[in-house]
Design a protein around this ligand. Sequence first.
Ligand SMILES: NC(=O)c1ccc[n+]([C@@H]2O[C@H](COP(=O)([O-])OP(=O)(O)OC[C@H]3O[C@@H](n4cnc5c(N)ncnc54)[C@H](OP(=O)(O)O)[C@@H]3O)[C@@H](O)[C@H]2O)c1
Length: 264
Amino acid sequence: MSSAIPGSDPAVSGGHPGASSGAPVALVTGASRGIGRAIAECLAAAGFTVVVNYASSTAAAAEVVTAIETAGGKAWSHQANVGDEEQVEALFKAVLAREGRLDVLVNNAGITRDGLLLRMKTADWQSVIDLNLTGVFLCTRAASKVMLKARCGRIINITSVVALMGNAGQANYSAAKAGLLGLTRSNAAEFAPRGVTVNAVAPGFIASDMTEKLDKEAILKAIPLGRMGRAAEVAGAVRFLAADPAAAYITGQVLQVDGGMVMR
Ligand SMILES: NC(=O)c1ccc[n+]([C@@H]2O[C@H](COP(=O)([O-])OP(=O)(O)OC[C@H]3O[C@@H](n4cnc5c(N)ncnc54)[C@H](OP(=O)(O)O)[C@@H]3O)[C@@H](O)[C@H]2O)c1
């Protein structure tokens, strides 16, 4: 990242055409920790005013906002369970009331409730589908109301390589993340006539709270680059897909950030 001064990055200066005045605005769901935090910091450094959504980590979200402001960027946080329709509506209402525009939505919030299918509780299936898939539908529907009207916008969905390859013990998570691929492509086709792009980023194994307990030795053997990915490396891909005009002609695509784990 060359600069931490909002608006100074030529990739986003002036924001997307058709949007109202002020710095372009990006909403990142699940931005209090891990990959979401890195995305929030990266987009703020690229000139976006960033809305840091989180579920329960109020102090961590406040820390992300402070880190962005200390680096010269603009951000504020908003608590909302993005799997809950009413809370999603309140989140988007707050964004529009405060900013009057939304240029980029990053659907990053996600959870795992791993277990072998035979023993998987229906509640564990449902909670993963509710947040990782339905939550993206709810946020995308809310964002599309603004973006389609403005005739511009970028929606970036954080899926996973397990959407492409499956994973024993993650039937719920893989199904939700594979569902995101269908959602991404369908929304890309539906929104393209109004200049709104929809893409997905599929990380491999990235060091974060989510992957902390996994067996690293087995994982590393499956990664040609021989190491876990960094949250900042996922953020870099998101920043590219959000950049204007660099990624303006890319839609319905899946960008893998996986150290070569899945080569297609
Ligand atoms: N780490 C990996 O290796 C990896 C690989 C592929 C894909 N991904 C995907 O990347 C995304 C981020 O993963 P991560 O590893 O950074 O996860 P993480 O460290 O566990 O962070 C999860 C984030 O999501 C938020 N969140 C959880 N439930 C939420 C809800 N109901 N509403 C709003 N926000 C909620 C959390 O907020 P609180 O702090 O408030 O709980 C937190 O900010 C997820 O979609 C994940 O599936 C991760």
